[in-house]
Design a protein around this ligand. Structure first.
Ligand code: DGJ
Length: 739
């Protein structure tokens, strides 16, 4: 619900458990009053300390001191607020600065889409929106701050639209999406840094005076940082403490900056990175900044996680596959790398089909003359030497085995050794002064050029129309460098990074319009573009190239902290693992992959008969639990990242009748007792059956259960918890089928 208290000039945005309050001071300045647990009063403008900063009588004389201390809703550059600004402009004469003041507002049920950008959505019954219009009197620049409060989850989303209503050209030099000023209470900050093969590791550290920044300038959200930060109270755990969390619905350059200043105020800003950004606004033109999500939890990190999961499950992911059981796939990557032909792929498919695998995905190496990663990107025609009869023949043969067929592509890239590059060397990102830098022997296509975008999209569409391709893995294997475009004017070169992202979004949107049933999985050199922006287009994203189960525990824990389990591409891979050389049981690899979309990434012909024999039961487990895993509420019970010995999470069905406890003992410890695990999310007064015992929810959540000791390293166990005497949903289904 959103209300405006006319008398006190205060807006209140309520979600089920939280309130967010904004006030108008002196009829002009928009101040941030409060964000936290739900409150009752709007007569709270005093929290902005209007008498202190300095008092109204001295405000004109001390305007700089006022702006420097005021808790603002959207910070402007140049006029006296010396903290991080969200917006700034440069006029044609080179002069900078602006001061936005309140003009008007409107409140309505529902939510608008953002043109060309991924965005959370909701109808009139789901959410309410507040739009506040601000204007800079000197330049005519107008900003519309838009806030949506959801009714079914504790999330508030916000975005900003900037319009040049003046008479002159303006250059927008920064246009961030989120600003939150608050009192620092010895907060700590959680972020998700990483690297290739080590994506989204949870990091927690204190916030002191000065600034902490998380950013990407790679043209992708990146493996190194993540567009997420959570400000938490020092005592915050999974079940207690305060959390203010922020996540950007965008897949390109971003900046999150948290600064504590002289007055112990904390300012958090988040949005498109201002470096390498400059957007020209002719009179009448507008710029839409991406959406940012804010979640507050007064009950620890677990509640924050579940608020994000709900928002993304119910109000972001659009795919018809969102809640459907995904086909269990086998991906050719770790089975054959580039060394395949039709015969080999069909042999792999036949063996996979026998084991019950439902889809074969042909990874990199099927086009141009590609037998390694050094050529042919951009030449999206089939290598008939490897695949005689083309994709159609292969797909038909695979379909004849009762399997679906899926395909890998990397549409945004071009190899120096490609027909496309030889024909259009001007189609790559390049500055015009020097040769662009290669990475993995490839260049990035200049997608800010609409001709390039159209040509590439046409190529993708041809390929997908040529055979029965039901799944696409859209890869992107290098960051953007040499960010220049030969097709854009000199004063628009600062727009390339964002124009590139808009083109990627547009291409994926066209793909979904043209092939509405397609199951799209995004990927970027593993998990370099795992973000809410991509989830708007694909219901699943390849989580990491690190398929080793132990490493995956940490990667998946960081990912699950924000994103629903159903979005995590996860596969069982070979042993010893290709990246770590570690040997772990097939069963454990299976259980770890079961947390996400389930599949295999190995040569099913070459694994032992004993392992192959386990595949049908792993698939059966996936089918049995996928509804619970993808739709249930997630609880983190223990973190291997923190304790270095074991990992445990639990998923509880929405009706709280069923739960699944997934436990992995990474390392045994000698002479230790069994682990006591306290469950979460159950109904206190219901009696459940678990591990042969009948216990109440209250007992299970307070006293807990004992996880039987396991004698070896890398052991996994799943425990089903079910309401005593009740048939579970899947049993009911089986029962129905047998009738
Ligand atoms: C990176 C992906 O993450 C891998 O799974 C694989 O598809 C390769 N690219 C192919 O080049």
């Amino acid at each position: 619900m959103i209300t405006f208290d006319e008398k006190n000039q205060v807006f209140q945005l309520d979600t089920p458990n939280t309130s967010y309050l904004i006030g108008i001071v002196d009829g002009k300045y928009l101040g941030h009053i409060y964000y936290g647990n739900k409150i009752d009063d709007t007569d709270v403008i005093y929290l902005l300390r209007p008498e202190e900063i300095p008092s109204p009588a001295r405000r004109a004389r001390e305007k700089v001191n006022f702006l420097d201390a005021f808790s603002t809703e959207y910070s402007c550059g140049g006029a006296g607020d010396f903290r991080e600004s969200c917006i700034n402009v440069r006029a044609a004469d080179g002069q900078e600065g602006l001061e936005l003041g309140y003009v008007s507002h409107q409140i309505f049920a529902g939510k608008k889409a953002l043109e060309g950008l991924p965005v959370t959505w909701g109808g009139e019954a789901d959410c309410d929106t507040l739009e506040i219009t601000l204007q800079d009197a000197a330049s005519g620049l107008t900003a519309v701050l838009s806030y949506t409060a959801f009714r079914d989850t504790d999330a508030i989303t916000r975005s900003v639209r900037i319009i040049n209503r003046g008479q002159e050209v303006l250059y927008l030099t920064r246009a961030l999406s989120l600003c939150l000023d608050m009192d620092n209470e010895d907060f700590e900050v959680i972020s998700l840094p990483g690297a290739w093969g080590r994506e989204r590791r949870i990091q927690r550290k204190p916030l002191g005076y000065g600034s902490t920044m998380f950013e990407s300038l790679r043209g992708e959200t990146s493996q190194q940082e993540h567009p997420f930060a959570a400000v938490v109270s020092a005592n915050c755990t999974q079940t207690a403490g305060e959390v203010y969390a922020f996540n950007l619905v965008y897949s390109g350059n971003f900046m999150t900056k948290l600064s504590v200043n002289q007055f112990d105020s904390l300012r958090v800003v988040m949005g498109i990175h201002p470096e390498r950004f400059c957007w020209k606004l002719e009179p009448g033109e507008s710029f839409q900044a991406p959406e940012a999500v804010m979640v507050y939890s007064g009950q620890g990190l677990g509640a924050m996680t579940r608020a994000f999961h709900k928002l993304y499950r119910e109000h972001l992911i659009r795919s018809p596959w969102k809640k459907k059981e995904r086909p269990v796939l086998i991906n050719s990557r770790e089975a054959t790398y580039f060394n395949f032909d039709t015969g080999k792929i069909l042999a792999l498919a036949r063996e996979a089909a026998k084991a019950g695998i439902e889809m074969l995905v042909l990874d990199d190496g099927w086009f141009g003359h590609r037998n390694s990663d050094n050529n042919s990107l951009g030449d999206w025609f089939v290598n008939e030497t490897k695949l005689p009869g083309g994709l159609k023949y292969l797909a038909d043969e695979i379909n004849a085995l009762g399997m679906k067929f899926g395909l890998w592509m990397e549409p945004e890239m071009i190899s120096a050794d490609s027909e496309l590059y030889r024909a259009h060397p001007d189609w790559v990102l390049r500055t015009g002064r020097r040769e662009p830098a290669q990475c993995r022997e490839q260049y990035v296509l200049d997608l800010s050029n609409p001709r390039v975008e159209d040509y590439i999209y046409g190529q993708i569409k041809n390929v997908l129309s040529s055979a029965n391709i039901e799944y696409v893995k859209w890869d992107m294997n290098r960051p953007l460098s040499d960010v220049g475009s030969l097709s854009l004017a000199p004063d628009r070169q600062g727009e390339i990074m964002h124009r590139y992202m808009l083109a990627v979004y547009r291409m994926q949107e066209r793909l979904l319009q043209d092939f509405p049933e397609l199951l799209l999985e995004n990927c970027s050199s593993g998990g370099a573009r795992f973000d809410p922006g991509m989830l708007y287009y694909s219901p699943q994203i390849w989580c990491s190239d690190m398929t080793a189960d132990v490493e995956r525990l940490a990667i998946q824990e960081g990912t699950m902290m924000i994103y629903p389990l159903s979005t995590m591409g996860a596969h069982v891979s070979d042993c010893p693992n290709h990246a770590t050389g570690r040997r772990t049981p097939f069963e454990t690899r299976g259980q770890v992959a079961l947390a996400g979309t389930f599949g295999y990434e190995l040569d099913v012909r070459k694994i032992s008969g004993e392992e192959r024999a386990q595949i049908p039961s792993q698939i059966a487990a996936y089918k049995k639990y996928h509804g619970l895993i993808s739709d249930g509420e997630y609880y983190r019970i223990a973190s291997y990242q923190e304790n270095h010995f074991y990992d445990c999470f639990e998923v509880v069905s929405q009706d709280q009748k069923t739960a699944l406890v997934c436990f992995v003992q990474v390392l045994t410890e000698p002479n230790k007792k069994s682990r006591r695990l306290r469950l979460q999310g159950l109904r206190e007064d219901w009696v459940y059956e678990v591990d042969g015992q009948k216990l109440s929810g209250r007992t299970l959540m307070n006293a807990g259960i004992l996880m039987k000791r396991m004698q070896d390293d890398f052991q996994a166990r799943m425990l089903e918890v079910r309401l005593s005497g009740e048939m579970t949903e899947w049993e009911a289904q089986l029962d129905e089928k047998s009738d």
